[in-house]
Design a protein around this ligand. Structure first.
Ligand code: SF4
Length: 329
C-alpha cells in the first residue's frame, strides 16, 4: 500500500429518509431520518471507519454509498463520476469495483449453493469470457489468500463455522478484483476468539490488493486496530472526522470523548467503564439544533436551536460543535 491518495468515493450532502411507522389511527405518517446531510471523501488506499452506536445511520449510509439504497438527497461519486443516478446497466462496472461484506455470514451466503457456485457466480457475471479453467484458478487463488482450503468447493455454507463462512464471504467479494470494499460490522456476529483472525484476513487483503475500505463498526477497539481514518456518527450526522491516532490521542467532540471513555480499560484498580448517559433519541424524532444536545454536558441555548456544521480544524480534524467553535470546550 502506498498510503492515502486521491478521493475514491465522494459523499456530498447525503440524506436518506425512510417512511416510518407513525400512528395508523391518527393517519399520521412519520419519517425515519436515518442519514441527515453527510459529506465525506474516502481516499484511495485508506481504511475509513464509520463508528457510532446502533441506530446512528452508519449502515444506512454504507448501503446508500454502494447503491443498495437510493439517497433521498445528495450525491455519491466514484473517481469523480456521479453514480447515485445511474441506470442499472450503467452502474454494472461500478458494482464490480465496489463490493460489500455483510454482518451476518449465516444469512449472506445462499444455503442452497455450494461454495464453488457462490464464488463463481460474481466472476461469471462480470467476466463472462473467462474460461472454466481461469475461473477455477481464480477461486483457488482467492480461497488460499483468505486462509480457506480451496477444496471446500463442493460443500455447503452450513458445513462451516461462522469464521469460515465470513472468510468465504470475503473471498466472494474479492473474486471480481474490487477496488473498494464496504464492510458492515463484518466481525460483530462472530465469536470473539476468531474476530481478530477475520480482521487480519481483511487487512492482508487490503495490503495485497490495494483495497480501500469503508468499515462500519460500533466497536472502537476495532477502529483502533483497523482504521486509518475515522468518522464518528451520531443520529445520522458525522460529528468528528480524524486520523485514527489523532482521534484516540485527543478526542475533541463531546460525543467522541464519551464514546472513548465508555471503552472498558484495565488499570491498577481493575476494569474502568464509563457508561454513556441516556438513550439515543429515535431517528423519527430528531432533537432540534445539535442532535447530541439532550445528552451533552456542554449544551447551551445555541446548541438547542442551531445545527452545528462540520468544520475543518487547524490540526487536520473536522468537528461539528458550537462549544468547540466558541472555545468553551
Ligand atoms: Fe454539545 Fe453543543 Fe457541541 Fe452539540 S454543539 S456537542 S450540544 S456543545
Amino acid at each position: 500500500m502506498t498510503g492515502p491518495r486521491e478521493t475514491l468515493v465522494g459523499i456530498t450532502d447525503v440524506v436518506k429518509h425512510f417512511a416510518g411507522g407513525g400512528n395508523v389511527l391518527k393517519r399520521e405518517k412519520r419519517k425515519v431520518h436515518a442519514v441527515n446531510g453527510v459529506t465525506l471523501a474516502i481516499r484511495q488506499g485508506e481504511s475509513f471507519c464509520l463508528v457510532g452506536e446502533s441506530g446512528c445511520g452508519k449502515s444506512t449510509l454504507a448501503r446508500t454509498v454502494i447503491g443498495l439504497n437510493a439517497p433521498t438527497a445528495g450525491t455519491i461519486t466514484y473517481r469523480g463520476q456521479r453514480i447515485d443516478d445511474l441506470t442499472p446497466k450503467a452502474m454494472a462496472p461500478y458494482r464490480r469495483r465496489m463490493q460489500m461484506v455483510f454482518q451476518n455470514p449465516y444469512a449472506s451466503l445462499n444455503p442452497r449453493m455450494t461454495v464453488q457456485t457462490i464464488l463463481e457466480e460474481p466472476i461469471r457475471f462480470h467476466f463472462p469470457r473467462l474460461s472454466r479453467a481461469e475461473v477455477k484458478a481464480k477461486v483457488e487463488e482467492v480461497m488460499l489468500s483468505v486462509g480457506n482450503d480451496p477444496h471446500w468447493g463442493s460443500r455447503y455454507p452450513h458445513e462451516f463455522s461462522g469464521g469460515q463462512r465470513q472468510r468465504i464471504s470475503i473471498a466472494r467479494a474479492l473474486m471480481v478484483d474490487p477496488e473498494f470494499v464496504v464492510a458492515d460490522e463484518p466481525i460483530s456476529a462472530l465469536d470473539v476468539s476468531i474476530q481478530a483472525q477475520v480482521l487480519n484476513v481483511m487487512m492482508d487483503a487490503r495490503d495485497q490488493r490495494d483495497l480501500t475500505y469503508l468499515f462500519i463498526t460500533h466497536d472502537l477497539s476495532v477502529v483502533e486496530h483497523f482504521g486509518s481514518r475515522v468518522g464518528v456518527m451520531y443520529l445520522g450526522t458525522v460529528c468528528e472526522l480524524a486520523e485514527t491516532k489523532a482521534l484516540f490521542a485527543n478526542p475533541r467532540h463531546p460525543y467522541t470523548q464519551i464514546l472513548l471513555a465508555a471503552i472498558p480499560r484495565l488499570d491498577a484498580s481493575g476494569f474502568r467503564h464509563t457508561r454513556l448517559a441516556g438513550e439515543v433519541p429515535t431517528a423519527m424524532d430528531l432533537p432540534s439544533g445539535c442532535v447530541f444536545h439532550p445528552r451533552c454536558p456542554h449544551a447551551n441555548a445555541r446548541c438547542k436551536a442551531e445545527i452545528p456544521a462540520l468544520k475543518d480544524q487547524p490540526d487536520g480534524t473536522a468537528i461539528a460543535c458550537h462549544g468547540i467553535e466558541e472555545g468553551r470546550i
